[in-house]
Design a protein around this ligand. Sequence first.
Ligand code: PHE
Length: 369
Amino acid sequence: MPYTVPKLTDYSAATLERAANECLSACTAESREVRTDAGLKSFRDRWMARKNGILNQINDRWLKGAPQEAKREAGIQVNALKARITELVEGAHVSGAGALDNECLDISLPGTRRPLGAEHPVVRTSNEIVSVFAKLGYSVAEGPVVESDYYNFEALNFPPNHPARDTQDTLFIAGQQSKPPRERLLLRTHTSPVQIRTMEKMAPPVRLVIPGRVHRNDPPDASHSPMFHQIEGLAVDTNITFGDLKGTLDHAMKALFGSSVRTHFRPSFFPFTEPSAELYVTCFICGGSGKRGSDPCRPCKQTGWIEVLGCGMVDPNVFEFVKDNGYDPKRVSGFAFGMGVDRLALLKYGVDDIQLFFQGDVRFLQQFG
Ligand code: PHE
């Protein structure tokens, strides 16, 4: 029997409450039986219609019909009931098997495909370089991008106000004038500060590669970016020689660019290595001829050689900063190197603008998927 609004025998609180509860459970039961959109509409009309809907009838019979002295109590009960019924009716929805019929679920439609990501070319190049050294027994270390003057410069043998600092185009963190100079923060200009940080933590022997992000105040253009990536290398032990440096890097270049590349060391200067060198490899685009067919080879500027990194023997002055941790410059020696990952990725993938690496344009990145 569908629910109908009863006439109340009396208007006591108990009677009103019982009637309200019956009404509510009837409405709840009906709301669960809604199987179609049409059913939902008639359910709503039956309870809510302005003319002769159940709520309306309740208003007439239980409230307007109440004797004067019961009006207050009836008003409270009826209002509470109306709120509950309205909530139920508004929340009602098509359910059960009817719901499926109604939505016409087509299980033959393809699912939502999530496109697979791909390794960024810079990350991929970095991983390749790291894995060449991992096979030689090197472990991986990392350090902070926001660095102190002490680690980025001072402990790497850049004295305060030394002109070599100017070559690094440093981006400083603002508002630190009150700090002692060595504690002032900056964006690290190279991964070399992690040499000191790891030597502070690990006693020799160490063999490390350190990949990471670095910043310099260079305006962006096709070959410069204020943010780029480096991989640092550090090997310290007893009796490490420049011969070890050359042999290690020659092997690494052949592993990275193919066994036919040749390496070439030219003297250079870094405050934290002595002697220092720049490493060149035969251009892996033109094979060292400087020409591509009859055209000049652009990447090596027709020289047949490409500069890939800076390196050298760790300066004894650097060891002095970590002497108490087992790095007595009279007992240990080592070599270090640092290379620009983005530049190598540009050459490797034949990309002619470094900005493309950092603009996040999916059309560019998709080509590496
Ligand atoms: N840190 C140097 C640079 O950024 C590279 C380097 C690292 C040179 C280690 C020598 C030894 O230019």
